[in-house]
Design a protein around this ligand. Sequence first.
Ligand SMILES: [Cu+2]
Length: 130
Amino acid sequence: MDTAEVIVLVFSALAVFGVAWWFFLSDKPKMVAATVGGVQTLKVTVKGGYDPSTLEVVAGKPVRIEFFRDETNPCSETVVFGDFGVAKVLAPHKTTAVEFTPEKPGKYGFECGMGMLHGTLVVKEGEVKP
Ligand SMILES: [Cu+2]
């Protein structure tokens, strides 16, 4: 093996490792709700996807997700939270709030009306009352 081959090998290894790290090890952007007046509030930008796409709240308290749809692409026109029976049309370049109260902890998906864009709502156990 000459020097050039070694260099190629090292760079290939780094590239493979980098891709693996990106997919498996890097933490996906996650947003934990801020409580405003007793309502767990989150802000999501909709542009070719949901950003952030993983939202974290606790069970038993109202949730308000403010979707800012920063595009006119019809794909993202509707956001659907199937588990909560919520479907909402998002006006382009405006903020539309979606409100509901998750009663049970778990992971719930949300998506566009065509099921192409995906996000996850992580509902954690709320405070246990004595
Ligand atoms: Cu879509």
